[in-house]
Design a protein around this ligand. Structure first.
Ligand code: MN
Length: 247
């Protein structure tokens, strides 16, 4: 059995290749005869959807994705979902419908003998002060419930507005500012009392090894889906592997 991690698919109807790639990725998680590669669990670490305006809004596209997740869960895969900065409004209703379990924003899991900290990754980008301010508001429960109380057309407008604002503000920012802050990474690992983390968000797929106060630490970064689809795979007795395939 294997465990898979994905993030930053940014699913939306305009992204046909990514959508097709995701549907076949889900299909590939199970073989008819059962194999070691079959997915025991799938962790979706945020920015699964490019935009989310509330569980009460659905369309044909969302339904296709929901059904694919339901099918995957019915084959025996436990699916977990963690919010990203695009789909932070996903709630329990969607998760229940899509057969996913909603995770808190930092989640510790155990793989074999190892404890792993899972995050979306945006909370580690503390050098981006402007973004951190926006995040504080967007993740505020009261702000979210006020937003969800607005009519759907108004929420669609709001989503459009924050997307274009975020694109605008990214233009003037350096590569370093938009990456994780090393101190924030070490702080997160120390307070979770573990030495390995998996996150997405930065769209910089990589595996980083370093030493902190005599401890070897590792940070696995998932890639965003575009020309390639990215995932991390774990199998009993094996290391975590960062893999990609053409879309
Ligand atoms: Mn993100």
């Amino acid at each position: 059995m294997a465990i898979y991690f994905i993030s930053d698919l940014h699913l939306e109807p305009a992204q046909e290749a990514i959508t097709r790639g995701f549907l076949s990725f889900l299909d590939s998680l199970h073989s008819a005869e059962g194999s070691l590669n079959d997915a025991e669990a799938l962790y979706i670490l945020g920015d699964f959807f490019e935009v989310w305006i509330g569980d009460d809004y659905t369309n044909e596209y969302i339904e296709v994705i929901n059904q694919a997740l339901q099918k995957c869960a019915a084959k025996g895969t436990k699916i977990y979902f963690m919010h990203g900065n695009r789909d932070f409004l996903i709630g329990k209703a969607w998760c229940d419908n899509a057969q996913c379990e909603l995770l808190e924003e930092s989640k510790l899991i155990t793989l074999g003998n190892e404890t792993i900290l899972l995050m979306h990754g945006d909370s580690l980008c503390t050098d981006d002060v402007e973004y951190m301010k926006a995040r504080f508001l967007l993740r505020n429960e009261q702000f979210q419930s006020q937003l969800l109380a607005k009519p759907i057309p108004e929420r669609l407008e709001f989503a459009k507005k924050i997307r274009s604002e975020s694109k605008e503000s990214q233009k003037g920012k350096s590569y370093e500012i938009m990456d994780v802050n090393q101190e924030a990474v070490d702080k997160a690992l120390s307070s979770a009392k573990c030495s390995t983390m998996i996150h997405g968000h930065t769209h910089r797929p990589n595996i980083h090894h370093w030493e902190f106060e005599g401890e070897n630490r590792t940070r696995y970064v998932l890639g965003d889906w575009g020309d390639k689809g990215w995932f991390i795979k774990w199998q009993t007795g094996n290391e975590l592997k960062l893999e990609s395939f053409d879309l």
